[in-house]
Design a protein around this ligand. Structure first.
Ligand code: ZN
Length: 243
């Protein structure tokens, strides 16, 4: 099966469109959460995601906040302002779609799927080899796919030496997978690895190949919409710089 793996779309409809076009035909789509937060297009993004066939979609921390399950105070001022705006503009149908999504770890094929980390599915960031090592004890599949950090990356556990390394994978690589791994497809709508192009991955579950990819999109167009609806300027600046 050819599977599209996306995460952290963050209400950036233009980036999502570019990814869906760039990915081409897929058998399934796995979305690791954070449809809302930061960007100008929460309704358009949710409507597009709802229409994707054979979809597995998890809740991210911003989604959990907007449906009222965690207080907005858990977020910094700029993120909070955007969540307040999203809560106000989301249609009832789109809010109900978010409410229907799970926030816990899901197993699909050979993979565990979570937004944050296997031991804290909504909130923990896997940013380094230490947090990756601790999390290898919290899933049983050969690999685990995570989002949340907005970094396109891959951690490998060598079970013989019990050491974790950050693998030097790059967009365009076709990585032959061997147990055990934690991989992050990166963020569609707000990458933070200094490459502003939308990040995603293609997972071939038959051949066990992971393909991190990037898709260019019209960033000024999204910045214009962020400014039009009066969201924080910081969100407009950072999507052009990829942080
Ligand atoms: Zn996010």
């Amino acid at each position: 099966m050819r599977i599209l793996v996306i995460s952290d779309i963050h209400a950036n409809y233009t980036a999502l469109e570019a990814v869906l076009k760039d990915a081409g035909a897929v058998d399934e789509t796995w979305c690791l959460g954070d449809l809302v937060g930061y960007g100008p297009d929460p309704n358009a993004v949710i409507e597009e995601v709802r229409d994707i066939a054979n979809l597995t979609c998890l809740l991210g921390n911003h989604d959990v906040a907007v449906i009222g399950k965690i207080p907005f105070e858990a977020f910094n001022g700029d993120a909070r302002r955007t969540l307040e705006y999203h809560e106000k503009v989301l249609t009832a149908d789109n809010m109900n779609f978010l409410r229907s999504l799970p926030s816990n770890l899901k197993v699909r094929e050979d993979a565990s799927l979570v937004h944050g980390s296997p031991r804290d599915s909504v909130w923990e960031y896997i940013l380094n080899t230490l947090s990756a090592r601790l999390n290898f004890d919290h899933f049983t599949t050969p690999w685990c796919m995570v989002g949340h950090s907005h970094l396109q990356c891959m951690f490998r556990l060598d079970e013989r030496t019990d050491r974790v390394t950050l693998e030097p994978v790059r967009a365009g690589d076709r990585v032959q997978l061997k147990p055990r791994l934690i991989m992050n497809p990166g963020s569609v709508g707000q990458p933070r690895d200094r490459d502003p192009r939308a990040a995603y991955a293609i997972y071939d579950s038959t051949e066990k190949i992971w393909e991190p990819r990037r898709a260019a999109y019209d960033i000024p167009e999204v910045q214009k919409r962020i400014r039009e609806v009066g969201l924080p300027e910081k969100h407009a600046i950072r999507i052009a710089e990829g942080w």
